[in-house]
Structure formats: structure tokens, C-alpha cells
Design a protein around this ligand. Structure first.
Ligand SMILES: [Zn+2]
Length: 303
């Protein structure tokens, strides 16, 4: 079962009111969320409380969660809001503990957590367009990987996922700015070509890429170039081979993907035998009461 399939299965269980499913979801995501929170909040106890609030917030918003979205991204987005609230309330403002330049993700993601009203008015056609664009992006990335065009891939990942400007991308990769613009132009052309090819087969397909923002928002949402936990595990063990080794280092260090960095830290803690069971039990105890309120009345497993 893939990670996404496992997530879907868990969500179904939880919607049916399954406590075992809820405990499993906590166990699966707690470590990486805590790694993220602890890199931003000085007090370990407070960071753990914020993660606990995140799980409760997830259950409270479960009826609005669209299973087509990445569960991990969704949880991290809730966490980001909880951390902002915490920093505001504790008077520490937006002070960053990390020196790492990863605030691009926090600035780029406000659209990921929609307010209930936004989710309600969101047209189905927009969802279909996003799904189509995600498919096209995956195809583009696969093409670049198959051709071994990793530099082009790095350029468009920095442009669309990390939302960097052309001149900054040129600087980070030590290439000419005109070259960056050319790669970007060709990528957009390719995306449009794929879209028009798929259009015939898809109801309500989009006719053109309206703006870079569209590509960016899908890339941020679907995290099409993020690293699998198994890849990060191989990286930690030092058994990852080229070109994936360089690409992994690029995604972690140059892109500075805060979600993959949190996953890596979580895996490192696991290796060090960090035991999360005490706080996991506490998170479960504090949140399980919300579970009965989410289970839908027509679900098979509810009484
Ligand atoms: Zn990532």
C-alpha cells in the first residue's frame, strides 16, 4: 500500500469514528510535525502542545478536508497556523529560531488552508483543473528525470515550488539569468502542450495555463518533487546513489523544503531511539473526544 493509499484508508476509518485509526494517524505524523514545531518554538513543551492542538484542529476541520489533497501537506499547513497563533499570543512575534531561509514556504502557502466559506464556493471545475495540472506537472518532471535534465528540473523547482525569482535562481545555481528564463519558457510551453493533448479526454479541462501562480499553487499543494520517506531513509544511511543523492541534497539544502527537512529530522530522532509514545498517548487522550463528533451518521461503522 502506498503512503497515499494508507492515508485514504485511515481517513475513512477516522470518519467512521475508529479510535484505532485515529491513534495510527497520530503515530504516523506526530514525529515530523514535532520536528517542524521544535525548530520554530523554543520551549519543547509548548511545541508539543502546538502539535496536540494541530491534531485537534484536524479533527475539527475533517468534514472540510478533501481527500484528493495531500494529508501531510494539510497537517503541516494547520501546524503552521497554530505556530503563528502561538508566537503571536506568547509575544515572541514572528521571530525565527531557524537561520535557514525556509520562510518562502510559509509565505507561499496561505492559500492551502482554505476558510470554510472558500472551500464551499470552490467550483468543481477548478478542482478538476488542478488535478489535471498536477498530472501534467508529474509528466513534465518525469520527462526531465528520464532525460537526466536535472539542472532544468532544479531551475523549475526553485521557480515554482520555492517561488524564487529568476535572478535568485540564477544566483543559487550559478547559471545565467537568461538561461533560467529560457528553461522557464520551455517548461510553460511543455505544460501547455500536455494540457492541450489531454484536453480532449477530460471534461472541463483548462485551455491554457493562466499564470505561473497556477503552476506554483499546484506544486505547493501536491509537492510533486518532495522526497519519499524511504528516499530520506536511504539518504540517512548513506546508501542513496547519484543522481538522487545530489537531487536530495538540493531539495533539502538549496530549496530548503521545510516539510522534507522535518521528515529527515524525525527519521534521525527515530534512529536515535527517541520514544514518542508518552506524548502520543497524551495527544490521543486529549483529542479522542472530538472523534465522536466527526463520524458521519451514514457511515457503516458508526452505531
Ligand atoms: Zn519537500
Amino acid at each position: 500500500m502506498s503512503a497515499e493509499q494508507a492515508d485514504h484508508y485511515l481517513i475513512e476509518e477516522i470518519r467512521g469514528g475508529s479510535e484505532a485509526g485515529w491513534r495510527q494517524l497520530i503515530d504516523r505524523y506526530q514525529g515530523r510535525l514535532q520536528a517542524f514545531a521544535k525548530s520554530r518554538i523554543a520551549s519543547i513543551a509548548d511545541a508539543e502542545d502546538v502539535v496536540q492542538d494541530t491534531f485537534i484542529g484536524f479533527l475539527q476541520s475533517l468534514s472540510r478536508y478533501d481527500a484528493a489533497r495531500s494529508l501531510e501537506t494539510y497537517l503541516f499547513t494547520i501546524l503552521r497556523y497554530k505556530i503563528t497563533d502561538y508566537l503571536r499570543a506568547s509575544g515572541s512575534g514572528f521571530r525565527k529560531l531557524e537561520t535557514q531561509a525556509d520562510d518562502w514556504w510559509e509565505e507561499a502557502t496561505p492559500s492551502l488552508a482554505e476558510s470554510p466559506s472558500m472551500a464551499a464556493v470552490k467550483a468543481e471545475s477548478a478542482e478538476a483543473q488542478q488535478a489535471l495540472l498536477a498530472t501534467v506537472l508529474r509528466q513534465l518532471i518525469q520527462d526531465l528525470r528520464d532525460r537526466g535534465a536535472f539542472e532544468d528540473l532544479q531551475i523549475i523547482e526553485l521557480l515554482f515550488y520555492a517561488c524564487r525569482r529568476n535572478n535568485r535562481v540564477a544566483e543559487l545555481l550559478d547559471v545565467d539569468e537568461k538561461h533560467v528564463a529560457g528553461v522557464k519558457y520551455r517548461a510553460i510551453q511543455k505544460i501547455q502542450k500536455y494540457l492541450s493533448e489531454m484536453e480532449a479526454a477530460t471534461v472541463g479541462a483548462m485551455t491554457e495555463v493562466q499564470a505561473d501562480a497556477n503552476v506554483s499553487s499546484v506544486w505547493l499543494q501536491q509537492r510533486v518533487t518532495c522526497l519519499k520517506r524511504s528516499t530520506l531513509g536511504q539518504y540517512l544511511l548513506g546508501i542513496l546513489e547519484e543522481p538522487w543523492l545530489s537531487y536530495t541534497q538540493f531539495h533539502l539544502d538549496v530549496v530548503g523544503c521545510p516539510l522534507c527537512v522535518a521528515n529527515l529530522e524525525d527519521l534521525e530522532m527515530e534512529d536515535e531511539g527517541d520514544d514518542l509514545s508518552a506524548s502520543s498517548g497524551q495527544i490521543f487522550a486529549s483529542s479522542v473526544g472530538f472523534l465522536s463528533r466527526v463520524s458521519s451518521p451514514d457511515s457503516e461503522s458508526s452505531p
